[in-house]
Design a protein around this ligand. Structure first.
Ligand code: NAP
Length: 236
């Protein structure tokens, strides 16, 4: 039986690579995007008929429910949810406005609540599910000038650990990946050579480094792993 995965924020960077990895391993994949329609179409052309594009703002529960309903109607099951969609912003705390704060929490933390809420009844009914949340190393150790981002990503870790305990008996595993510095649009404004100096391996991570870890956590080889935070960070 082909497994079905939803990947939020699949139109660029890490999410795109996760979609590719799932397709190459026989999954049916719902690629969620918000703004990057042209990029999503190009990925669809590349990855083919087992990839389905759904536009939804993860911060909007109604839009997310439409996405989950499409998946349920089309396939009758959802095996994997990857909460990858995210935004970042670099600002000293003193300059973070209430709007900045609310938007960061809405997308990066409430988005995880929304998508999980939309799929969880089905996963419990199936007695099978893998939820993989993309947090960040900054959610573990904190990043200067990213207090709102670090807070949201720390929240994702708490969410993961608590939900893992609650759903373990339903055979649903909930885990987190905490990437270090990955070479995507999110870091485009930084000097790459300077960034590498932050990493013990002196290399930036690639989206594929994260996608391979996601594929493992989504697999039945990881059935006894739940409530964990897997750092993929070159030793940071
Ligand atoms: P990216 O290249 O900026 O891509 C972000 C993705 O998230 C895009 O596909 C974007 O979709 C989507 N997205 C943003 N807001 C959304 C919303 N409200 N609803 C639905 N989709 C939304 O970022 P990335 O580097 O691949 O990051 C992916 C995840 O890894 C994020 O959660 C990020 O915080 C985390 N992370 C990244 C790094 C890093 O160094 N890059 C490190 C640690 C953690 P559209 O373009 O279609 O709007």
């Amino acid at each position: 039986m082909e497994k079905v995965a939803i990947v939020t924020g699949g139109s660029r960077g890490i999410g795109e690579s996760i979609c590719e990895e799932f397709i190459n391993n026989g999954y049916k994949v719902i690629l969620n995007y918000r703004n990057s329609y042209e990029k999503a179409i190009k990925i669809k052309e590349k990855l083919g008929e087992n990839l389905f594009l759904i536009k939804a703002d993860v911060g909007n529960l109604e839009e997310v429910k439409v996405m989950a309903d499409f998946c349920i109607n089309q396939f009758g099951r959802i095996d994997v949810l990857v909460n990858n969609a995210g935004i970042s912003q670099i600002k000293p705390f003193a300059d973070i406005t209430e709007e900045d704060w609310d938007e960061m929490i809405r997308v990066n933390l409430k988005g995880v609540y929304n998508t999980t809420k939309a799929v969880i009844d089905l996963m419990i009914h199936q007695k099978y599910g893998k939820i993989i949340n993309i947090s960040s190393i900054w959610g573990e150790v904190g990043a200067s000038c990213e207090v709102h981002y670090s807070t949201a990503k720390a929240g994702v870790i708490g969410f993961t650990k608590a939900l893992a305990k609650e759903l373990a008996l339903s055979n649903i595993q909930v885990n987190c990946i905490a990437p270090g510095i990955i070479d995507t649009d999110m870091n485009a404004e930084f000097n790459k050579e300077e960034l590498k100096k932050e990493v013990p391996s002196e290399k930036l991570g690639t989206p594929k480094d994260i996608a391979k870890a996601v594929l493992f956590l989504a697999s039945d080889d990881a059935n006894y792993i739940t409530g964990q935070v897997l750092g993929v960070n070159g030793g940071m």
